[in-house]
Design a protein around this ligand. Structure first.
Ligand SMILES: [Zn+2]
Length: 412
């Protein structure tokens, strides 16, 4: 495996600045291109799975987190409140309370359920500077979050569908989970006790844990029980990955929550005409964008799958005479949705420029012959070269391959 901190800087994916602060890396253009490809991919995956996307602010009043329970159970990881006039606002430690309020803003009938909200949004964690590094431990996290509001009968299907989405995404991204965990409360938890780390009642916890266990059993993935790893509001399925240093961390998660729907008094009108309480399923498919980019770099090195490569096609004019044609080919490639660049003739010998751009999945060398014939020959990352073909056909071929596994090519 590769160290994403070293390689990420070499490839110009991200960097940090002491003036911005520890644990607050920024993405450079190449890193931003990867993030954009991931965002488009996951948004399309979610849209097809029946999600509706929402956007909500990264700030909320302190009271919001007092109601959700974060304030009393999670405040060690939260930033201190900011006073604005008479109000106190905090940077959100999670998106769940905002989504609960979005659900609550409209009346809902059982016919609408499940309602699935997804948001790629910021959340903030006041990690101590000693543990921060690269993209894996950061203070500002962009999370591929989602919350499903459903009836109790729908929970198992929704959790199962969430696990399917996670496994599908890992397959497309070439990520290998190290372990699946069923994260449970500590064995001496005293759930519901005012002093306990866990809110709610024993019965709901047992029910959620049994549901998640059945989802894992049905999926046929090996898993381990992890006592003490539950969220404060419920048990969860955690999908673990290992970084280059052999440290394990959670990327994706599925959680069943009876607590926040009760705290926010969420309701739907049932078939009986009475008001009922929905259950909230929390899920993150590709987890935090920072972590998933780090993991992709650690697993693939510089040779990212073509659909994620920051630059997919590099056009190399042999001499100044072909600069204009090279620029035209790059523009046509961009028009077809490809991320393309020209490696200009004055940047070095052809050999040097081919080496310099060796991480790009495809290279197109343009000389007198190519200009005259209108043909191009694709040079692949592994060094092999295709036979020349019509430029339009070649660009269509590259566009097809760079869409493979990306959102545009998801099976219908
Ligand atoms: Zn949540």
């Amino acid at each position: 495996m590769f160290d994403h901190r070293k390689l990420g800087r070499e490839l110009g994916l991200f960097d940090s600045d002491p003036l911005i602060g520890a644990g607050l890396p920024y993405l450079l253009p190449a890193g931003a291109a990867i993030r954009h490809a991931l965002e488009s991919y996951v948004a399309e995956l979610e849209r097809r799975a029946g999600y509706q996307h929402v956007y909500s602010p990264v700030l909320g009043k302190r009271e919001l987190y007092e109601i959700s329970g974060h304030w009393s159970h999670y405040s060690d990881d939260m930033y201190p409140p900011m006073k604005v006039g008479e109000e106190e606002v905090v940077l959100r430690p999670s998106l769940c309370p905002h989504h609960a309020l979005i659900y609550r803003s409209r009346a809902h009938s059982y016919r609408e359920l499940p309602i699935r909200y997804a948001e790629l949004g910021g959340m903030y964690r006041s990690e101590l500077s000693g543990v921060l590094g690269g993209l894996t431990r950061v203070r500002a996290i962009q999370l591929n979050d989602g919350h499903i509001f459903c009836t109790l009968d729908q929970v198992a299907d929704e959790a199962r569908a969430s696990l399917d989405l996670i496994l599908r995404a890992y397959d497309d991204l070439g990520l290998n989970p190290s372990r699946f965990l069923l994260s449970l409360p500590a064995e001496d938890a005293r759930i519901g006790d005012p002093e306990s780390k866990y809110v709610g009642d024993q019965d709901s916890w047992d029910r959620s844990a049994a549901l998640l266990r059945s989802v894992l059993d049905d999926a046929g993935v090996g898993y381990e029980d992890a006592p003490g790893e539950a969220a404060f509001y419920g048990p969860k399925i955690d999908i673990q990955l290992e970084d280059a240093a052999g440290r394990e961390y959670t990327l994706s998660t599925i959680q069943v929550d009876f607590h926040q729907p009760a705290r926010f008094e969420l309701e739907y009108v049932g078939a009986d005409g009475n008001k009922h309480r929905p259950v909230m399923v929390h899920r993150a498919i590709i987890g935090s964008l920072e972590r998933v980019i780090a993991q992709l770099v650690e697993q693939h090195g510089a040779a990212l799958p073509a659909w994620l490569a920051p630059v997919q096609v590099v056009v190399l004019p042999l001499s100044d005479a072909e600069e204009k044609y090279a620029a035209e080919i790059a523009r046509r490639a961009m028009d077809r949705g490809l991320r393309a660049e020209v490696a200009h003739a004055d940047e070095g010998t052809l050999g040097a420029r081919i080496r310099e751009n060796r991480h790009a999945p495809y290279q197109l060398v343009v000389g007198k012959r190519e200009v005259a014939s209108g043909h191009l020959a694709v040079r692949h990352r592994d060094g092999h070269q295709d036979d020349p073909a019509e430029a339009a056909d070649v660009l269509e071929f590259l566009s097809f391959h760079c869409r493979a596994k990306s959102c545009q090519s998801l099976p219908v």
